[in-house]
Design a binder for this molecule. Structure first.
Ligand code: GS8
Length: 218
């Protein structure tokens, strides 16, 4: 079986999520570039890997999958023995359920708010586009509500799913990393437990490694 392949571009947020997990377990992998500029993500070859025409797609031998959170779980399960922090907690029903719960919160509540802010206020200007300020402003308002919820949880536990780091935390990395490079980063100052959680999280080597291939934030 050849090396695992991530189809996509490492600086894109969903791709970075997968790279973090691959780095966590120290897996051998290759990032195979997909060139948006020439519409490579809409070619039959890429659509066969991800029928939504999005990145990432992932290949491990005969297994071809898409959706960054699914790929992340696959990688963590496959390399269970080198997943030293046990980021899914699958040997504990309560803990793994808390991981699932906060991963769902990230996917269905946090990301739909933070991703558009990060994309419009940071990524688009980086690639020569113009962000949609109305969209940014609407989502900034919504973000306050969700950060209030996070502040409540993180004042009870060190990480989202409990007093252990998990995929639920790591999954927040890409969009939050770019958010912190927007003019709106200081919004987090109003939520001290969330801010401390983030500052602790970004010290992880896997995140630093993924960040090295992302857009520079300084
Ligand atoms: C989202 C994939 C996605 O939006 C996942 O894998 O988590 N829920 C999916 N990918 C974006 C780049 S991510 O920053 C993408 O492929 N955009 C290209 C396009 O919209 O045409």
């Amino acid at each position: 079986m050849g090396v695992m392949k991530v189809y996509g571009v490492a600086r894109y947020m969903s791709v970075a999520r997968v790279i973090v997990c691959l780095e966590e377990v120290g897996a051998d992998y290759q990032v195979v570039p997909v060139d948006f500029a020439v519409g490579e993500h809409k070619t039959p070859a890429h659509l066969a890997r991800n029928p939504l025409g999005l990145i990432p797609a992932f290949e491990d031998g005969d297994l071809v999958i898409f959706e960054s959170r699914t790929i992340s779980k696959y990688v963590l399960r496959k390399y269970k023995s080198s997943n030293t922090d046990d980021l899914l907690r699958e040997n504990n029903l309560t803990e793994s359920t808390m991981v699932d719960q906060w991963l769902d919160v990230e996917a269905h509540h946090y990301d739909p708010i933070v991703f558009p802010i990060s994309y419009n206020a940071f990524v688009l200007p980086k690639i020569g586009g113009i962000g949609d300020q109305k969209l940014i402003d609407t989502n900034l308002e919504k973000l306050k509500t969700i950060l209030e919820v996070y502040e409540g949880q993180l004042s009870k536990t060190k990480y989202l799913a409990g007093d252990f780091v998990s995929l639920a935390d790591l999954s927040h990395f890409p969009a939050t990393y770019y958010f912190m490079a927007t003019p709106y980063a200081n919004l987090f100052d109003n939520y001290p437990h969330v801010k401390a959680w983030w500052e602790n999280l970004v010290t992880r080597p896997s995140l630093k490694k993924a960040a090295a291939s992302m857009f520079p934030v300084a």
